[in-house]
Write a protein that binds this ligand. Sequence first.
Ligand SMILES: *[C@@H]1O[C@H](CO)[C@@H](O)[C@H](O)[C@H]1NC(C)=O
Ligand SMILES: *[C@@H]1O[C@H](CO)[C@@H](O)[C@H](O)[C@H]1NC(C)=O
Ligand SMILES: *[C@@H]1O[C@H](CO)[C@@H](O)[C@H](O)[C@H]1NC(C)=O
Ligand SMILES: *[C@@H]1O[C@H](CO)[C@@H](O)[C@H](O)[C@H]1NC(C)=O
Ligand SMILES: *[C@@H]1O[C@H](CO)[C@@H](O)[C@H](O)[C@H]1NC(C)=O
Ligand SMILES: CC(=O)N[C@H]1CO[C@H](CO)[C@@H](O)[C@@H]1O
Ligand SMILES: [Zn+2]
Length: 671
Amino acid sequence: MLLQFLLIPLLSSAYVSACSSCSDPTNEVLHKRLVRRMQPDALNATTKPRGPLEWGQINFLHTTDTHGWLQGHLKERNYGADWGDFVSFVKHMRRKAERLKVDLLLVDTGDLHDGAGLSDVTEPNGVVSNAIFSNIDYDLLAIGNHELYETAVAYENFSNFSKIYGERYLTSNVQIINKATGEFEDMGHKFRYFTTKHGLRIMAFGVLFDFTGHSNVSKVTKAEDMVKEVWFQDAVNYPEPIDLFVVIGHNPVTTNVPSSTFGLLHSTIRKMRPDVPIQAFGGHTHIRDFVVYDEMATGLESGQYCETLGWLALTGIMSNTFRGSMNPHGVPNPIKKAEVKGTERARSSRRRLLPRPRMDLRYARRYLDWNRLTFAYHATKSQDRTFDTPKGQTVTNDITKFRSDLNISKVYGCVPRTYCESCRPFGDEGNIFTLLETALAETVVNPSRADIPRLIIVNTGSIRFDLVQGPFTLDDSFTVSPFKDTFRFIPDVPYSQASQVLDILNAGPYQKRSMETDEALRPRGWDVCTDPLYTSFTEAKRHVSYSGDMTRRHELRVLIPGYTTVDDFGTDGDDTPHSKIPQYEHPNDVQANGSFPTDGSMPDKVDFVFLNFIAVNYVLPALASVGAKYTEKDIQYYMPKDFTTNSYLQVYAAKNWQEGLPNCPVGEGVG
Ligand SMILES: *[C@@H]1O[C@H](CO)[C@@H](O)[C@H](O)[C@H]1NC(C)=O
Ligand SMILES: *[C@@H]1O[C@H](CO)[C@@H](O)[C@H](O)[C@H]1NC(C)=O
Ligand SMILES: *[C@@H]1O[C@H](CO)[C@@H](O)[C@H](O)[C@H]1NC(C)=O
Ligand SMILES: *[C@@H]1O[C@H](CO)[C@@H](O)[C@H](O)[C@H]1NC(C)=O
Ligand SMILES: *[C@@H]1O[C@H](CO)[C@@H](O)[C@H](O)[C@H]1NC(C)=O
Ligand SMILES: CC(=O)N[C@H]1CO[C@H](CO)[C@@H](O)[C@@H]1O
Ligand SMILES: [Zn+2]
């Protein structure tokens, strides 16, 4: 299979990803180009980083919430690199750290699947994607909540995964039942005490937020209980010297959200060790963020879905065993102090949490866009042959092969324009929910009841990502609508009552995104990572602005829409400057209809169709509030069990989006 793939000759240098015979809409993509870089169908970034990275005494590269996107974003030029490009990048950066005589550590904070085809088409999830992921020799890793929902995933693949990384896989508060003994055991390790290449002595923890939605074979100890445990107290007061605490976790770095336990971890450690710097790395909320806890403690969170690579440089740690360079020559060095904002300072000093500022620590943080232009710029200055490493190329080719073998790159249609979640106003033609109304009306049809008027309600949270112009592949059906919610209905509901439900639901609380895979009507309360209201792609007009370059000449710079991050260090965190993407709100639910009378009159009764996820907790109470008393017993399947929210866009694409194939154009050009 692989050989066959590699022998496909180079037919065109232009973008080609198309079905080989378009009479069969689901025909396998034929990658006509032999490409040894990125994925064959990925786009090049066009804007360079704003300048070289600052290097300190110790430096970190941080990934989080990759959710299986190891192929990169094939249709978005800001994030086109794949895991193989990252492998090459890491190799160069490690060499550079050696040359500069500084430390470089790699950190990942979990959530390796649920979100892309590569991780989600296999049973159990992650069999293939974890193997690809583990080509990166991380120094520290933490477990995410998505690793714990499914017993099979937790066991089979994470018992293996934790063996690959050994003591570097930190699961301070997560345990799993050992099948042989029946006892709870740490999934990885509770802490890691180690000395870096250049002599810094580090104590590291990996703490998952207080997650409760895991399957019953695992156990998550609440942070407030964990910090009281003897092992933790002993580790913080370790008998050997500690130069730096590295506290990582699938856990938001801001202390402003209830789910974060970093505030507690910081204050607990700070009380016991007032003079040791603390560096945190977090995740789960899928944002770029940087937080100052005190003069010697900060936290970095590095986005989601292989869009962001976090960089943190720190200098000024006083250690009598450090044998490296404090401020390496030939590169910029970190200059910013961690300064606590007014109110937090007051609060911290009341609690006597401020460290004794014995060390003059300086920080730099940067959010790198996940593309080859960025990687090459920071690693080798150019994307030529010197950038790719043999291992990186192998990983790139493996991803291509797996995508092909698993049929993830199968093309169902050609998406004629970009439909986004929030960059266009709700109701606008380019808003994905407008498309949904059309797609649901057309595809959610029970053949035996096709002529009966129907209303179909889905929660907008069932959509996870934008649908970008270009080929619609199996992968898109996972990235855009990954959840497997089934379509249920109540027959013969009076239209006068059914028609009121949408407004009632939209006036009520937001229905959390759900990750249901079972057939139960009652959601199991899976709190999927909260996606920020953010769109990675937009057709917004490009902004042109002037920005000074390193040589003080002024160059005309075209800003591509993308991340515009504001954090505790200000607005200069994004490595590549972007223009802001507009954001519009959308309601909780959308409604489609089908088979309504053509004369414009309203039917007396309708088939009232809705997702199982919202059935019991939302739809039944809304119906009851307008006098329509139904119970769970009245709810039936409207579509077959295997027709889910992950299916209808595939069906719609195959039926409606054949135009433009085989040379379906990607992105841009959208008006
Ligand atoms: C992307 O950039 C590389 C390296 O500069 C170049 O060889 C390639 O042709 C470009 N690909 C596309 C699709 O523009
Ligand atoms: C995963 O772990 C199981 C049990 O320890 C083992 O039998 C299997 O070979 C491992 N698989 C891989 C791919 O390492
Ligand atoms: C976990 O739940 C499953 C399915 O409900 C049940 O069969 C099993 O006995 C439970 N295991 C434990 C350790 O409670
Ligand atoms: C991929 O598609 C081919 C051809 O339709 C089929 O034979 C094969 O079983 C599919 N592979 C997987 C993993 O679904
Ligand atoms: C049916 O759907 C169409 C398209 O979304 C919409 O314009 C129309 O108002 C809907 N009709 C009813 C009765 O909901
Ligand atoms: C990488 C890995 O751990 N793969 C294992 C996942 O689980 C399945 C069976 O449940 C095994 O066959 C894989 O080897
Ligand atoms: Zn996540």
